[in-house]
Design a protein around this ligand. Sequence first.
Ligand code: WTA
Length: 656
Amino acid sequence: MSEPTIESILQEKRSFPPSLEFSQKAHVKSLEDYQQLYDQAQANPQKFWADLAQQELHWFQKWDQVMDWQPPFAKWFVGGKINISYNCLDRHLTTWRRNKAALIWEGEPGDSRTLTYAQLHREVSQMANVFKQLGVQKGDRVGIYMPMIPEAAIAMLACARIGAAHTVVFGGFSSEALKDRLVDAAAKLVVTADGGWRKDAIVPLKEQVDKSLANNGAPTVENVLVVERTKQGIQMEPGRDHWWHDLQAGASADCPAEPMDAEDLLFILYTSGTTGKPKGVVHTTGGYNLYTHMTLKWAFDIQDTDVYWCTADVGWITGHSYIVYGPLSNGATTLMYEGAPRASNPGCFWDVVEKYGVNIFYTAPTAIRAFIKMGEEHPNARNLSSLRLLGTVGEPINPEAWMWYHRVIGGERCPIVDTWWQTETGGFMITPLPGATPTKPGSATRPFPGIIADVVDLEGNPVADNQGGYLVVKHPWPGMLRTVYGNPERFRRTYWEHIPPKDGQYLYFAGDGARKDEDGYFWVMGRVDDVINVAGHRLGTMEVESALVSHPAVAEAAVVGKPDEVKGEEVCAFVTLEGSYSASEELKQDLKQHVVKEIGAIARPGEIRFTEAMPKTRSGKIMRRLLRNLASGQEVAGDTSTLEDRSVLDKLRGGS
Ligand code: WTA
């Protein structure tokens, strides 16, 4: 593990209190209100969450026990019966929200669609019946590999409705990556589309599914359901492949939501870690429903009149929690956009804000930095006055980007809600409550009520104010991951053993470095493990290394993050070739393409450096710290005395 380093953010002293106008209308109206909620939750977490669960959600049957904590395994609302699709749909139908827009969708070629709660309920119920007809039963797993179209959300909710777990695989992942996930989850059905639009081009999703299923690649998959989106013509395998619209046409819209045990599996979402293949993060139903509901309500102050837009893809946790489940559970209007900003349309996001009068906008620092580069004339040319709150997630936001977001997009009137959280946490963990918390550019501010977070050293001792350390969470929360799918030992090892329990208290290790300032504000500094964050996407360096060494030319590979102005980090790979291969520009391109084929475009190395040997310790460990220094063009810092062969370093410095 590397040491967290403290950067220039230590100097950041600006503070932005919420406006009186915002605070007066907010769900949580003052710092005192926040503090009161925080204190209540800390004093009696079970009562705090149970009261909210009772007030905010529909239960078919109340729980017997609020929390069962057998460290590191937690259960919430044990014995309770609930269905998240019911909470996201059915319960709104008996209110005025029945004909409210639930989902507004803007397609990449300019088509659009709005589904009211009643319409969404109907389509979800039909698809739930289609899934049943295709043999999907409660407890089965369904793979979802989709573009950003309403059917992605419909498929997720249809799974939840009948008690099947979904595993959504980001549409940018390759067929190999898809196959690994379908195999690990033993998926029975795959839901996909003929293609999706991505930056003016078609992504051939169904073709990728075909590749991953070829040669019995994922033997548990029995059926493939295909949404017609791009109409470019695809192969349909009789008996296995079905068109969504064909089956929908014959499906009944009557499909009552299955009462699920609060701890039944809701979904598996794969994410990168330090070792091995991506791990299947397990989220269950009741706690996740409550946690995404409450965090969205309080941190984004969602109101019934809001149009809310999260720009993430449903293939990531942000899309799960804050495009689909959190907003719909709150009865909000959630906007889904298929497009992405690009050189040919640098103002497309602001067009969407203007067209729909978006009130709450949630994006990532990497996108903000890309907008800064594109020039403020694009947002300035649109009417963004509907915006009242801005959110950010995915990586630490640099104060410059924060200030630009605040000034150019937020017109200096919108609170900026910097949300620190992870796939594993289910929802926001450290975040301002916008009517209560003064914000500081670059800080995610303070923990959500019910979250006991701290910064500690490797023994679990809290570090002093403004000292760097490891970010941990000290008490279970309803939205936490329950385990790693099929691998409880990996769950224990990854999250609970790096920092051992302290005085009998288990500490959830997030993998991030942080510091806490004298006001109790958290400043997250980025990953301290072998995970890199490329444009807000998590990548395990080992995954990319395995992809590289699976190429016949590669003898050894070491991957590190290299700072990048827009993406935050990019992949930099050091590669040693097999004897019979020689370095060439062509081979570099070939290796980059190989990584795209194995994982997907998000993992494409920005830079490949050939080297005769890797800097290693005497026990044979690659010294990544040195490689990180080299990749970022810094002088090699720190102790190099453990280096086995010092000449390797000199060669690397001069390397191509
Ligand atoms: C990073 C995304 C600083 C962090 C929801 C974390 C952040 C990883 C922030 C999780 C933030 C996310 N400030 N860093 N506001 N939000 N991160 O699982 O390193 O894709 O561990 O979840 O992103 O990434 P994941």
